[in-house]
Design a protein around this ligand. Sequence first.
Ligand code: S3P
Length: 175
Amino acid sequence: MTRATCNDHIFLVGFMGSGKTSVSRKLSAITGLSLIDSDYRIEAIQHRKIPRIFAEEGEEGFRKIETDTLAGLKFEGKSIVSCGGGIVCRPENREILKSLGTVVFLDIPLDEAIARISNPKTRPLLSGARPVEDIYDERIPWYREVADITIQSSGKSVLQVANEVKAALESRGQL
Ligand code: S3P
């Protein structure tokens, strides 16, 4: 028996603090589509919090789990998917994102993203050896590469951003 597959998801990508979690929740509420958060999904499957996965397996171990989790979404019904900020780091993830749906990039300047992060302890990369500016600069081209839609989220409320995403999806016939 073949399993039903889906290539119609709506992925929200962007740097840590860009508002993916709160915007995806609002978007799910206003569209009625179900919501998947890749980080929560990983924690639920692994029975471990993300900082513990990083501590025990390093970033590479986490990225592998992230790829498996992302690939598994092929077998889920159409959903809004809030992605961890580093999901774009692996080329194979970028291919999976492009093949499984529409990708929305929430674009925000680094200083604003950092200012929005309420609990940096939950993000191991913020206390790692690499300056966050380097990580941000490296990723921006990858977010742009995968994006079907880019929304500037700087200075806007969660509802404003969610409404802009919804309007962009509607104009493409994806809602
Ligand atoms: C990461 C971002 C986090 C989480 C993990 C790694 C990253 O998600 O996936 O700590 O590499 O940027 P958020 O973007 O939701 O903070």
